[in-house]
Design a protein around this ligand. Structure first.
Ligand SMILES: [Zn+2]
Length: 129
């Protein structure tokens, strides 16, 4: 069940599907990722694994830390703009799940901001989704 897996894994999985969706429509209809989209995916995956918040990170869309470089940020944004609305149609459960993650992230924002200030990598005191 999708809701039981860890937040970070859930987010990475959603992003992977969104990049595939975008590439399939814009570049490679046969379903494999083009070099450019593969680059965005590996960049995003690398950022997830190095996230200062660890496993219980806020979703990237509302994160107070801007860890993407500006060019990558633009590319991933274009992908999200395209695939976001399509997720609701094709993967409604994942779309809802992402909204829940977003709500959870906003609810815990004061704690995330506190951690940014103190540069702490602690996962305590988080309210559940
Ligand atoms: Zn592509």
């Amino acid at each position: 069940m999708v809701f039981l897996r860890k937040r970070k894994e859930r987010e990475i999985r959603t992003v992977r599907i969104m990049i595939r969706m975008y590439c399939k429509a814009k570049h490679h209809p046969d379903g494999y990722l083009c070099d450019s989209c593969a680059e965005v995916l590996s960049y995003a995956t690398m950022k997830y694994h190095h996230c200062m918040f660890g496993e219980d990170k806020p979703v990237c869309t509302v994160c107070p830390v801007h860890c993407y470089n500006p060019a990558m940020r633009e590319r991933i944004r274009a992908i999200m703009r395209f695939s976001g609305p399509r997720m609701v149609l094709h993967h409604p459960l994942m779309a809802i799940d992402h909204l829940l993650l977003q709500r959870w992230s906003k609810k815990n924002m004061p704690l995330f901001l506190e951690r940014v200030k103190g540069k702490k990598k602690r996962n305590g005191n988080l309210k559940s989704a």
